[in-house]
Design a protein around this ligand. Sequence first.
Ligand code: AMP
Ligand code: TRP
Length: 337
Amino acid sequence: MEETGKKVIFSGIQPSGNLTIGNYLGALKNWVKLQDEYDCYYCVVDLHAITARQEPKDLRRRTLEILAIYLAAGLDPEKNTMFIQSHVSAHTEAAWLLNCNTYVGELSRMTQYKTKSSKFGNDTSISAGLLNYPVLMASDILLYQTDLVPVGLDQKQHLELTRNIAERFNNAYSPTFKIPEPYIPKEGSKIMDLQEPLKKMSKSSENPNSFILLMDPPEVIKKKISRAVTDSIGIVKYSDEQPGVKNLMNILNTLTGESFDCIEKKYAGKGYAEFKEDVATAIINEFEPIQNKVEMILADKTNLEKIYKAGAEKANYIANKTLRKMQKKIGFIPVSK
Ligand code: AMP
Ligand code: TRP
């Protein structure tokens, strides 16, 4: 397998729901920009998705849909390694080895774990997978000797934990892993809920008006943006006092590149209606071509299969190299040939 000498990028999205504009602007759009400069591994993290119960047929459909969205958004299968996490068993094997070098205390302090587990109240049937989830993420990243991990702001804490686990392992067993850096974009790294703009937009929200999906038809996008919560101030201004407007300005800026200053001037004295219409149009202009391509890509299952098979082959080779190193250092007896 050729060594490119390029720095390595790893990232992934869970097929646990439909992709939102948050996933797109916080992660996917940046991946496309990085594909020429780096050796990129983009994964559909199906093992992560099962920390919450998934309907098998929905999981199957969404896994392929996410891969199709990666392609439709502009990721080139010739340049990037695109694969499905469960096709590379080294991820789960390495996760066990890393679990034995991770503390329950640090896992139970993760914000995402605290938020998700608090929803259970007194019910103790929280899956151990939910607690261990960041260790699997660390294993994804470390197996590829990753330099950079492009993610949204919500994943920063998991990245820090990954670095701590890697350093602990390196110190205990001699240098084994590269220590990865997060790559969090200045804009778009935290798209907020359209109905409660102080909360992160999430695909698992119960109110569909609170998120825009990458696959939402234009009329739905228009309706959701027109219903987005703003305020009674009535001025388009980038301010913490106006979190709803700020969020829409962030979306517009990330999509069109227009500065906040420029946006403020353009809508001065005009109220919110025209501003919202333009935000919706910018989203539709970005999403429509992707949506059309997704349908085409999904219609050709043979081609999709070719792509994820080739991706798994390359990923298996690299991941197993690191896994063997880990096993040897820990003191496992190598399988004789
Ligand atoms: P997930 O859907 O949890 O698999 O997240 C996939 C990627 O999207 C990760 O890099 C997240 O950080 C990013 N992401 C998720 N929600 C948002 C959001 N509201 N704003 C920005 N990035 C997000
Ligand atoms: N945990 C990430 C999320 O919920 C998804 C993910 C899994 C990931 N493994 C990863 C992201 C490795 C970056 C690198 O968004």
